[in-house]
Design a binder for this molecule. Sequence first.
Ligand code: PEP
Ligand code: MN
Length: 264
Amino acid sequence: LISRKWKVEPTRIDLGDGVIIGEGQFSIMAGPCSIESEKQIELVVQHLVENNVKIMRGGVFKPRSSPYAFRGLGLEGLQLFHRICRENGIKIITEVMQVSQIEEMIDYVDVFQVGARNSQNFNLLDALGAAQKPVLLKRGISGTIEELLQAAEYIFSNGNEKIMLCERGIRSYENAYRNVLDLNAVPVLKAKTHLPVIVDPSHGIGLRDYVEEMSLAAVMAGADGVIYETHQKPEEAFSDGQQTVNFKESERLIRRMRQAYSLR
Ligand code: PEP
Ligand code: MN
């Protein structure tokens, strides 16, 4: 169902209020790795509004490698996130980690993110298929293109066609950076499916100094959008600060991505 052979026209996902994801648009989704406080949400929202960015990312349920790391503000954080974004016309994308969270989160979310670690959580994918909210599905940490497509098929075959695929870097032997952002995936996925393809350069390279270059490369590779991490003070971020750009860098990144897209 997710194949171009089955449906030739590109899928476009309408989040309402004129925010549409898919071919013909370039979507920017930006925000902190984790939602941390009311003040932080306000600062990020202000930054996004100033730059005409319509979608904010931020985790409230965080999959952390260590159980002692910050694991997110949970539902209360999401409610705060939702209130401030709604007041400012910003859409929300946030990660859902398990089936039981879908129901409590659904009224506060515009796009459910499925993280790399849950990319083959088939019960979660089934449930998101039934839930009828847009889903951004990340590629698994060592996931193949075929596994990503099959994961999307789980959601689609349960009745939810509002899916975007996300390349977020794959694990390799290389340790000079966090992951290897596989930009090969962009044209290949675009050829194989009608679904929008989004790139996450922050997790893809894991080092803030190179997020701009990899974002521009993603644009030129044909991505329908980019999702990246930004924070008012990346050095103080509760998670992923090393790959998070500040607002000045983010502003420049937004400008340059839009320029690059206009040349595509
Ligand atoms: C995130 O977006 O902060 C995240 C945890 O991403 P991933 O699932 O790609 O590691
Ligand atoms: Mn992160």
